[in-house]
Design a protein around this ligand. Structure first.
Ligand code: ZN
Length: 140
């Protein structure tokens, strides 16, 4: 048993500034990723990141990012559980610890994929919340 576990306080919720969902796709599933992106943009106050058709940073597959505020989580994440289809989605918090955020603190919807943790700093202030740039036009 790890005695250090008893000495550490739990991480407070306020450590989470925002969330990302990374939607992964390949040539076969790109059309599904496009449809999911449209559906998300129609329904949720999120910031849709650009398409990354080549691996970038810790992401070993093509993907786009969906950035969202903490209060969007309880609607968007269950909706993604129902609607991700064949796509893998990584949902992770943004604290000041990118490596932990993308690995131990993350959850997968669909099949888990490789995360290249060696491309992430242990600590960084880079992922600050941004204003969402889409307004939903449909209900979830
Ligand atoms: Zn991210």
């Amino acid at each position: 048993m790890d005695s250090r576990a008893n000495e550490q306080a739990p991480h407070p919720l306020r450590a989470i500034a925002s969330f990302h969902a990374h939607v992964y796709y390949d040539q076969e599933t790109r059309a599904e990723a496009e449809r999911l992106r449209t559906w998300i943009g129609e329904r949720f106050v999120v910031t849709l990141g650009r398409w990354h058709d080549a691996p970038v940073g810790p992401h070993a597959r093509a993907m786009y990012q969906v950035a969202f505020a903490n209060d969007v989580f309880p609607a968007l994440v269950p909706w993604l559980m129902l609607n991700h289809g064949r796509l893998s989605v990584l949902v992770h918090p943004n604290t000041t610890h990118p490596l932990a955020d993308h690995t131990g603190h993350a959850l997968w919807i669909g099949a888990p994929l490789e995360i290249r943790g060696e491309n992430l700093p242990e600590q960084s202030e880079a992922e600050l919340p941004r204003e969402p740039n889409t307004q939903p036009t449909l209900s979830p």
